[in-house]
Every structure is written in C-alpha cells, then in structure tokens.
Design a protein. Structure first.
Length: 463
C-alpha cells in the first residue's frame, strides 16, 4: 500500500493539470476505472491517468519512468490477458481521446487512440464507407490494430494494419512522432502487428472502403453435422471470391431472443456470413452449405456492416470470466475435424466456443516480411474461448480451453494471433512473430531500449 500511496501522491504533485482525471484507489471512480473486460483478471494500479492529448501521454510516460513503476496503456480495454493495466503501476487511459474524422473524398478516417470500433462504424456508415475491423464493436481500435486486426472484411480488404496509413505516436522518451511509409518506416513496419511494444498511438489514419450493406448473419447446424460441413468449408473457403466470407464456429445457442426457444442451449456448429454482394449472388455463395445439410437456423439478412459488427456485443460484454488459447491454421485434416467436434461436445458453458477466422484472400497479397504480422500464409486463425459470468467456473473454463488447444495444436501452423494470447511466455511470443521477431527486437532496441512498454506481449530489446 505504501508504494501505491507514494506513487499517487507524487502523481498529484507532478501532474497537477490532470485534476480529477488522475484517479487513485481512494477516489470514487477508481473501481470502475480499473475494471477490465475480462473479470478473471483483477488488477489494482497505483494511478490511472485519463489522457486527453499527446502531451498528457508524454507527461505520464515521463512520470512512470521517474517513479520506476510499470506502465500500462488502456485503450478499449478488451484484452483478455488484462494487459491494459498493471498492479501498483501507472495506467495511461486513452478513453477521453474519442475523435473520429471522416474525409469522404479521400476515403480516409482519423481515429483517436481511445476509440472503440463501434464509434468508427457510426462515423463511417453515413458515408457508405467501412474500415476493416474485428467482430465485436466494443473492441478498442488501438489494441486490435496493433496486433494485426482480422474480421469480417479481411478476405476482401486485408488485415486492419493493411489499411493503416499512419499513426501519431508518443515514444518511450516522451517525443512525438509520425509513423508511416515515409516517416519512421521501421517503426511503421513494427507497429503493424507488433502490438504496443513501441509507443502509445494517440491517433490512427486508416484507408476506408466503399460499402453500403452486406448480407450477413449466422447459419447453425447440429453439432453432429460438424465433420461434413467443415469438410465442405475447408475446400470452399480458399476458392471463394474475396467478397464472400464467413467464420466457422462451434457454440451453444444462447437462451435468449432472437434465437428460437426450441433451440436454446442446443450444441451447434455454424458459419457467420459476411457477403458483399447482391442478394442473388449471396444466396449462390451459401447454397452449397444449405443444400448439403438442413440447417437448424438460417438467420441471414441484408444489413449495414455496423449491425453485424455489433451483433454479438450483448452476448460478450464486460464482466465475464474469459480464458482462451489460439493458433494459426493452414489446413484442417480429418483428424482435426473429429477433435473439434469431440471437444465442443463437452463445452463447459453456453458462452464458450471455438472460431475459425479466415485470413486468406487479400492477406496473402502482402509478403510476410512487409509487416510485423508474419503468418501471411495461414488460412485461418483459430481461437478456443472459455467464457462465463460465474467466477466459480474459472477453473473449468481454463481446463477446457487449454485441453482443447493441446488436442488441436499438433495440426497448427506454429504461432497464434497475438491479440488472442494470454500470459503464455516468451516462447509463444517468438513463435507468433516467427522470422520477423529478430527485426522486431532490433526496432524495440532503437525506440524503447529500456523496455518501458513491457506490459504487453513483450518483445525484448536486442542486446
């Protein structure tokens, strides 16, 4: 407690301009401000500093270095491992930095470092534009982008980082720089997949794409049909047109609307579609699956991409217990299909499940060495998620996610999407970046030699 009190007293003395934007354990907003998306992680920082400007960020970085305490960066706060906070440390809370500016002429979007993707969708949709995001609109722009960013529009428009034009950053020494293809290109290379290892991004500039509506939503089949449908999916997806996408998943039908009551708590497999095409062409794309096996539910319709991005927000909200494992996948052999079905038959809770996200198409147009995101030859990014609102389920969630991952890992490509990693150690971080890890370590040494930004999936500075 003495460390916490002394750090907070020092912060109030040095960061006087923050006023009530500086939050400590004795302040009324503290418990809400420190709460993370994953309730399995409970951290108590010494100081939470809500930053409104890049100068604010620089001041907090200097303070944390002077105090020699851990420094964490909180954007959307969606990270499953709780890496947006640090016990007895200082948290840079970017949530006040919410500006979103759309230039419809150049189809570019400037986004503040504290935004979540729903706020970006709300700004771009009136212009019939979209930036490739993930699948949950409450996800932070910063965390998703810096880890790579895959989601519904990935096959057609690439990863989120493939649509990043520049970033305004504050470095470990407090200096403010632009990272782009023309300015600090080595830093720009590193932040496109290298996570928050290199500085704090206070503003992103993205390339947006014309998009009015899509045909999207879930189709669910009985879990027993999983092998037949996945066999079809593994052949269909790589040859499908890039404007056609859908992630394969295993879940339990939630006991709530809009799902039919007779399907509540039914174990299922499914595809969540996102098709940028006419209704007729979308029907043709889905037809092989609908004719192969009669679905239990076909909840597909025309909608704005923002509606699909937010469709699962209510199911996956802050405050649940989360434990996850993940891998990149190139192929899905028959034995892997059987193991997926077997492990999902013993799903511990109705919010748990597994997803196979497509990362082919436009992702493969970029060479593995062109950005820090190195698994450009993977076909899918698979995640195994144990989720429930009851803390008593925490051990069961972890055991299932880890056991499922261990059963499927022999068929994996090697590393995993960095945004899906928990606290899994340096070996997993190195595997995730593969041959790009050595260069990332050199860039880290150039921009953060003292490893100030270490509350993350950490890349150690080269000696």
């Amino acid at each position: 407690m003495s460390t916490t009190v002394s750090a907070l007293d020092a912060a109030r003395a040095e960061l006087q301009s923050f006023g009530e934007r500086l939050i400590g354990p004795s302040d009324a907003p503290y418990d809400e401000a420190r709460t993370l998306f994953n309730a399995m992680v409970d951290k108590r920082p010494a100081v939470i500093a809500r930053c409104e400007t890049a100068d604010d960020v620089a001041a907090v970085i200097r303070f944390a270095r002077e105090q020699d305490v851990p420094l964490a960066v909180h954007g959307g706060g969606h990270n499953w491992g709780g890496l947006g906070s640090a016990d007895d440390g200082v948290v840079i809370d970017l949530s006040p930095m919410k500006a979103v500016v759309v230039d419809s002429g150049s189809r570019t979007v400037r986004v503040g470092g504290g935004c979540v993707w729903g706020e970006v969708d709300a700004a771009t949709q009136p212009h019939n534009l979209a930036v490739p995001t993930g699948i949950i609109s409450t996800t932070g722009v910063g965390g998703l982008t810096l880890g790579g960013g895959h989601g519904y529009l990935t096959r057609r428009h690439g990863l989120t980082i493939d649509n990043l034009l520049s970033a305004q950053m504050v470095l470990a020494d407090g200096s403010k720089v632009t990272a782009s293809a023309d300015e600090n290109p080595d830093l720009f290379w590193a932040i496109r997949g290298g996570g928050g290892n290199f500085g704090v991004v206070t503003e992103f500039t993205f390339q947006a794409h014309p998009l009015e509506t899509i045909v999207g939503g879930p189709t669910f089949w009985a879990l027993e049909d999983s092998d037949e449908l996945l066999a079809l999916y593994r052949e269909w997806l790589p040859s499908a047109p890039r404007n056609v996408s859908g992630f394969f998943n295993w879940h339990t039908i939630p006991p709530a609307e809009p799902f039919p009551e007779e399907l509540h708590m039914r174990l299922v497999c499914g595809i969540v579609w996102c098709i940028d095409a006419s209704d007729e062409d979308a029907d043709k794309a889905m037809a092989p699956f609908l004719s192969a096996v009669e679905p239990l539910m076909h909840g597909v319709g025309r909608m704005p991409i923002a509606a699909l991005n937010s469709a699962f927000d209510g199911l996956y909200h802050p405050g649940d217990q989360w434990y996850a494992r993940a891998d990149f996948v190139r192929e899905v052999p028959d034995e892997a299909m059987a193991r997926n079905r077997e492990w999902n038959a013993k799903m511990p809770t109705f919010k748990s499940g597994s997803h196979l996200y497509p990362i082919d198409g436009a992702v493969h147009d970029v060479a593995p060495e062109d950005t820090a995101f190195s698994f450009r030859d993977a076909t899918w990014s698979q995640v195994f998620i144990g989720v429930d609102g009851d803390p008593a389920q925490a051990d069961a969630l972890k055991e299932w996610a880890v056991g499922y991952w261990e059963a499927l890992h022999p068929f994996a490509a090697g590393g995993a999407y960095v945004n899906f990693l928990m606290d899994e150690g340096q070996a997993r971080v190195k595997a995730t970046y593969g041959p790009n890890h050595a260069r990332l370590s050199r860039v880290k040494a150039a921009y953060d030699p003292e490893n100030v930004f270490r509350v993350n999936q950490n890349i150690l500075p080269a000696a």
